[in-house]
Every structure is written in structure tokens, then in C-alpha cells.
Design a protein around this ligand. Structure first.
Ligand SMILES: [Zn+2]
Length: 98
């Protein structure tokens, strides 16, 4: 995996966690959360002290099956999966990523 891609994935995970904390979740709620980034999988694990780390998992190939009802999601960023109120917010969401 290219370093740049790795950084993008880490940035998105950090951002996702930040967002979830903002919604009132705690870091412990995310223990063992899996993130799929292209063909790479990252697993988040907590350190028990309110912090977390992401570990890259080896995968030869990743297949994500989407359910038909997921098309009805509305304003969801295709990069990080966060919900937004409008189209503009979706476009701006991960615009900082290349
Ligand atoms: Zn996003």
C-alpha cells in the first residue's frame, strides 16, 4: 500500500472516530471496528486508557456486499460513510483528501 493511501485511510479513521465521539459515543464503543479502504482492512483497537490504535489487516481481496435498501441512504459521503444534511456538506466532507 502506498504511504499516501495509508495516510488517507488513517485520516479518515481519525475523522470518523472524532465524529462518533462528537455524537456522544466513547472510544470503547469502537473496539474492534473494521474499516475497509479499497482492498485494505484496518481494525481499531482501544488501549483501555481512552486512546485507540488502528492496525492494518492483511487481505488478498475484499468484497463488500451492499444491501438494496442501502441505496436509500440519502446524503452520505462515499469516502467515509458519514451522514450529512445536504449535498454540499457531502461534497465538502472528504474534500481535504486527494
Ligand atoms: Zn467523508
Amino acid at each position: 500500500m502506498e504511504l499516501k493511501q495509508m495516510r488517507s485511510a488513517e485520516k479518515m479513521i481519525d475523522r470518523w472516530v472524532e465524529q462518533q465521539l462528537h455524537f456522544g459515543k466513547s472510544v470503547e464503543d469502537f473496539n474492534e471496528t473494521m474499516f475497509v479502504f479499497g482492498n485494505q482492512i484496518f481494525q481499531l483497537s482501544t488501549d483501555g486508557y481512552g486512546g485507540f490504535q488502528t492496525n492494518k489487516k492483511e487481505a488478498n481481496n475484499v468484497v463488500v456486499f451492499r444491501l438494496p435498501e442501502e441505496k436509500e441512504l440519502g446524503y452520505v459521503c462515499r469516502s467515509c460513510g458519514l451522514d450529512h444534511d445536504d449535498e454540499k456538506a457531502v461534497l465538502e466532507c472528504c474534500a481535504f483528501l486527494d
